[in-house]
Design a protein. Structure first.
Length: 431
């Protein structure tokens, strides 16, 4: 650590009674919580009741985690369509809208409710397991704009851990560096690529990252974290960085402890690894889709299909936590790809292309250079040669408007793209 750090960041638990439950007791606990949320959701969530009724199920039919296989999986695309028909939440909400504190709008668009009292455990457990402690001053660089993650999930979870939050949000890199120095902030929350931006800016200014700054711990999410980038950042700052995994729809689904032996499943979620085609549960060590169930009565997501692929292990972890762990995120079931922390959907790519009658074929290629995502629209035009720079600039502006992140346009010769080529070609390597 760069400076004297009196906090014990290497031991302890946020909720020891839950985090160290023996396997049999954990199953009993989760099955009990499952029965309770099934009863509540069937009574209060129109969408969930309709889902159960459609397959002739009653709450009494769901007694254990194994019984979840009987319930259809709800995918993100289903949420979008249901919210269009029954706004704002598609009927999944478990309380009247008048009792909410906020309504968030994520890309998709998908709406998420913000309850009066935020009680989710997962993100807070992940922060504690990664070394965050009471009294830490933390910059939260996730976006506070419209989406729930920064304000609702991260900010509240830091408060639960007794941390003091500086809500910096995204961008303003030089100002972020000065804030880190002025307040001697000990914690960082954000994407790993943005922490790299901060490191580069601080070095450009002339700061010694270990002497002038005081970062001890980092909580990163929304992007993959290659070990090469983690090691580079930890060495630069003299800090510990741990990653978490989850979605805005259902919250935290996994977090690393200091042992880095996979991502522990939080105690307020049930995770199934299922065959993407059949929805049937697969055992430990098998690759399948992550399907999650929360116990949140305000927004009871039951069998929510994340579209992400992973493997679960139940081997003991040296940290003492007994929950199963996701070994790693292996990719996506479909073509939806996460670029710079935001999902890019084939439908968004199609929307960009549909605005320009000059476009005949197109493909988005995602690459990674110096630990930063790059997105390129490769475009075949109906007529050659390529038009002036004006069209390129217009399409790049549309990309920012529709997808919310910057992408470069490259005009390519006709016949370059093969028939049936993927709309999104993710060429990134995570080694």
């Amino acid at each position: 650590m760069p400076k004297q750090d009196p906090k014990d960041r290497t031991s302890g638990f946020l909720k020891k009674n839950l985090e160290t439950l023996p396997h049999k007791k954990r199953l009993e606990y989760l099955n009990q919580k499952l029965r309770g949320i099934i009863q509540h959701a069937y009574k209060h969530s129109i969408a969930f009741k309709n889902k159960m009724d459609a397959v002739r199920l009653k709450p009494k039919d769901i007694q254990t985690i194994k019984d979840l296989e009987k319930i259809p999986i709800t995918k993100k695309a289903d949420l979008v369509e249901l919210q269009k028909k029954n706004p704002p939440f598609g009927g999944f909400e478990g309380i009247p809208i008048s009792e909410l504190k906020r309504i968030y709008v994520s890309p998709g668009p998908i709406c998420e409710p913000g309850e009066m009292e935020y009680n989710e455990l997962g993100w807070a457990q992940g922060m504690y397991a990664g070394g965050f402690r009471p009294g830490d001053i933390v910059i939260n660089t996730f976006s506070y704009h419209m989406v729930p993650f920064a304000l609702h999930m991260v900010d509240n979870s830091l408060h639960r851990n007794g941390c003091i939050v500086i809500p910096t949000g995204v961008g303003n890199t030089e100002q972020q560096v000065n804030i880190l120095k002025t307040f001697q902030a000990t914690g960082f929350c954000g994407t790993p690529s943005f922490l790299l931006n901060i490191a580069e800016k601080a070095e450009e200014i002339g700061f010694d990252l270990k002497k002038d700054l005081n970062l001890q711990v980092g909580f990163v999410a929304a992007e993959m974290l290659p070990e090469s980038l983690r090691s580079k950042l930890e060495e630069k700052f003299g800090m510990v960085i741990r990653q978490t995994y989850g979605t805005a729809d259902i919250g935290c689904l996994g977090y690393e402890c200091l042992g880095k032996s996979g991502m522990h499943i939080p105690d307020d979620k049930i995770i199934e690894i299922v065959d993407p085609e059949t929805g049937k549960q697969l055992g430990p060590g098998k690759t399948g889709e992550i399907v999650a169930t929360s116990f949140n009565k305000i927004y009871p997501m039951i069998r929510f299909g994340t579209g992400d692929l992973s493997i679960v292990t139940e081997t003991p972890c040296p940290c003492g936590r007994t929950s199963p762990r996701l070994i790693k995120i292996l990719g996506r079931v479909d073509q939806v790809t996460k670029v710079r922390g935001l999902f890019v959907h084939p439908g968004q790519v199609e929307e960009v292309a549909s605005r320009y009658p000059q476009i005949e074929k197109y493909q988005v290629v995602v690459t990674r250079k110096e630990h930063k995502d790059e997105m390129t629209f490769r475009i075949e035009l109906k007529e050659e040669p390529p038009p002036p720079e004006k069209l390129k600039d217009e399409i790049e502006r549309t990309i920012r408007d529709v997808i919310k992140i910057r992408g470069d346009v490259e005009f390519i010769p006709r016949g370059t793209l093969l028939e049936g080529a993927r709309k999104i070609d993710d060429q990134r390597s995570w080694e």
